[in-house]
Design a binder for this molecule. Sequence first.
Ligand SMILES: Nc1nc2c(c(=O)[nH]1)N[C@H]1C(S)=C(S)[C@@H](COP(=O)(O)OP(=O)(O)OC[C@H]3O[C@@H](n4cnc5c(=O)[nH]c(N)nc54)[C@H](O)[C@@H]3O)O[C@H]1N2
Ligand SMILES: Nc1nc2c(c(=O)[nH]1)N[C@H]1C(S)=C(S)[C@@H](COP(=O)(O)OP(=O)(O)OC[C@H]3O[C@@H](n4cnc5c(=O)[nH]c(N)nc54)[C@H](O)[C@@H]3O)O[C@H]1N2
Ligand code: SF4
Ligand SMILES: [Mo]
Length: 767
Amino acid sequence: MSVKDEDWKKTACILCSINCGLEMTTGGNNGREILRVRGDKDHPISKGYICNKAARLNYYQNAADRLTSPMRRKPDGTYEAVSWDTAIKEVAAGLQAVKARHGGDKIFYYGGGGQGNHLGGAYGDGLLKALGVKYRANALSQEKTGEFWVNGKMFGTGVHGDFDHAEVSVFIGKNPWQSHGFPRARNVINEIKKDPARSMIVIDPRKSETAQRADYHLAIKPGTDAWCLSALVAIIVQEKLIDEAWVNKHTQGADQILPYFKRMKIAKYAQECGVDEQLLRDAAKRIANASSVSVFEDLGMQQNLHSTLGSYIQRLIWLLTGNFGKKGTINTPIPYLALNDASKGSVGKKNAKGPRPKKVSPVTGSKIIIGLIPCNDIADEILTDHPNRYRAMIVESGNPVHSVSDSQKMRAAMRELEFSVVIDIAMTETAREADYILPAASQFEKQECTFFNLEFPRNGFHLRAPLFKPLEGTLSEAEIHTRLLEAMGEIKSQDIQRLAWAAKTNRALFATLFAASAARNKKFINYAPNILFRTLGPALPEGSAEAAVLWIVSHLFVKGNREYAARAGFTGLLGGEKLFNAILNGHSGVIFADAGDYSESFKRVKTPSGKINLYIPELVTELVKLEDGFSTMAPEYPFILSAGERRAETTNTIIRNPAWDKKEQMGTLRINPDDAKAIKIENGQEVKLSTKRASVKVTVEVTPNMQAGHVSLPNGVGLEYIDTDGNIVQKGAAPNELTASEDKDLIAGTPWHKHVAAKIEPLESVA
Ligand SMILES: Nc1nc2c(c(=O)[nH]1)N[C@H]1C(S)=C(S)[C@@H](COP(=O)(O)OP(=O)(O)OC[C@H]3O[C@@H](n4cnc5c(=O)[nH]c(N)nc54)[C@H](O)[C@@H]3O)O[C@H]1N2
Ligand SMILES: Nc1nc2c(c(=O)[nH]1)N[C@H]1C(S)=C(S)[C@@H](COP(=O)(O)OP(=O)(O)OC[C@H]3O[C@@H](n4cnc5c(=O)[nH]c(N)nc54)[C@H](O)[C@@H]3O)O[C@H]1N2
Ligand code: SF4
Ligand SMILES: [Mo]
């Protein structure tokens, strides 16, 4: 069949944080299928790039387990379909009743967006304000909160590498070949490999796809990043590879931290992490002598022992060598909408009535970072008789029963709640524990976007138009949240009629009226996204109502970043309006900010002194403890299991149908050949894999890419997918059946998913 140019529709991939621009053709059954997929060359960030996963997006769009009606749980645990009117009324009343009984701070919010759908959360904010919700979590508080905390201490802002231009790229517990994390990752890795003047250093116990292409593979023993990174810093310090002039000019605190590295015994640290000392010295020198270095840490370290400490030490490597604020180094991306602002919640904010509340969770007293409590503590905040325990939960675009540590405990916690509601497109593991399930339109059935915009100095944003009308029975999150607010009597149509009229008449008049209403009425500000959706939304081109909130985001961005916006072409008092229109009409994405020069990063450092802070006293005790060496695990569990590896065929739980896995990697346990031999198992054989928490059956994949003693399972598998016949199809093991919530980082409470003590037994020997 020939495809005409006009058949290709612009959209984006939603399967990882990059959200590559795509073009698709649609048709097939009822015209609702995604047929062909290709990269969009006009996209300013991804520039036509695409990886293997995007071609299979129809598995997401047309999954058999998509929900088509609100569902209410019956006492026997089964669900009945109810009308939207009933569901909205009962969910609004249920949440309000919990608020009346216990206070809105006992209603917990989880999620708010996945990899490519961040608009829904923006509309949910009004609902949380109406209810007085204070506590929340999302996937970031089981991976990135330690890193955010360190960034706060050192820079007062976020940072991100420039791998496109770096002479040396360093990946710590990060496998960008499969997981991306920066645009066009496979192309960039290939370019580095081809260029003799550039190098790649990978710190990973496994010979990952990225490590296979590295110039220096520091194959550490699992869980020993802190020793490896400390040794690299110590080499830089002891071999006098520090860029003294740069450090003196731009940083503070070097004098307080460097003595610890001056006396560090490099040979011992090399031994602890299992990497040849000379290789460590060569890698450190390669970094120190490079004109530009970028570093990416990810889950291999972040979901592991010493994760927050590791985030700190790795920053010392590139800061002591002056790799910040230049092309090819680490810089400070300019957010269109800061995700940490979006998820800050109201805890720790100044309160007119009293002192600033402590930023800890109410039951476990865990640190709240960027407004999020650690995912690992959610169940403990519920399964207790503590008077401040959470009594209700709203889950939106997240699957915590599957994705948070200890699925069994999370399931029990969900059932313990007095009220729970899940907003999702599919019948997920979490939905199955909720009192109500509200079916959302898919990400190809409404306007959507990602706020993971991490480029510098030019940054892009892409608003995608829907490819399909919402599946019958589903609504967008904007509509769901706004209806809930209306049912609670918080937004009344008579109060917003004039605004709606103005929006249809003239944008300038609308802006004036909007500003006047906002100045008069606090509720109006709280519900601004929802009010925009109801007033400006209908005045936008058909199918664009969900974009309405971006009107205010665009205005606020330009107001707060005049210079950057102007350089991107959004000048003058109408800059915000111009940006919004450009976003609305720019189907391949828009460059919204241009900082001009990389050195602008220095001005964006927001520490009290304005300098980059190298000394974090809270982490020194943990740093000093490394001298005691790495302690091995309990002898009854001789393996270290990394529970949740990104593979060619995984996408968190966004694609639930296991049929999309063409390589049959779903769920295989990767194991080293010597280990396999020792326990007398062969490739393809099923084994029993046990941790202190549970046992599962898994198929073994024998590969020399694993170190002896280290085994790994993929993430996002073991889902209970309901097929077209209503049968549950399950492939692979759900990793968090095996993990325990108490195994977490000392500072940020992030899980040790990549370091789970495990044992393996051949199945036949198991009774
Ligand atoms: N294909 C695919 N891509 C994805 C996703 C997906 O589901 N599938 N998910 C997206 C999401 S949400 C995220 S957060 C990112 C995550 O992206 P990554 O963090 O890159 O993904 P992982 O494979 O979980 O972990 C990276 C590496 O950590 C290594 N590792 C294990 N133990 C250790 C250790 O002790 N130290 C070190 N240094 N490394 C160790 C593993 O061998 C693995 O190669 O991926 C994103 N991209
Ligand atoms: N053991 C272990 N656990 C892990 C990991 C690991 O490596 N090991 N990785 C962790 C990481 S880094 C992450 S990011 C998390 C990811 O886990 P989660 O945060 O739970 O996110 P997703 O799996 O991406 O699921 C998102 C949900 O959104 C739903 N959804 C899709 N589109 C829409 C939409 O338009 N609207 C709504 N309302 N819902 C939608 C999907 O059906 C799905 O249920 O998992 C974490 N869990
Ligand atoms: S999975 Fe990520 S890298 Fe691959 S096409 Fe989708 S957005 Fe791009
Ligand atoms: Mo993630």
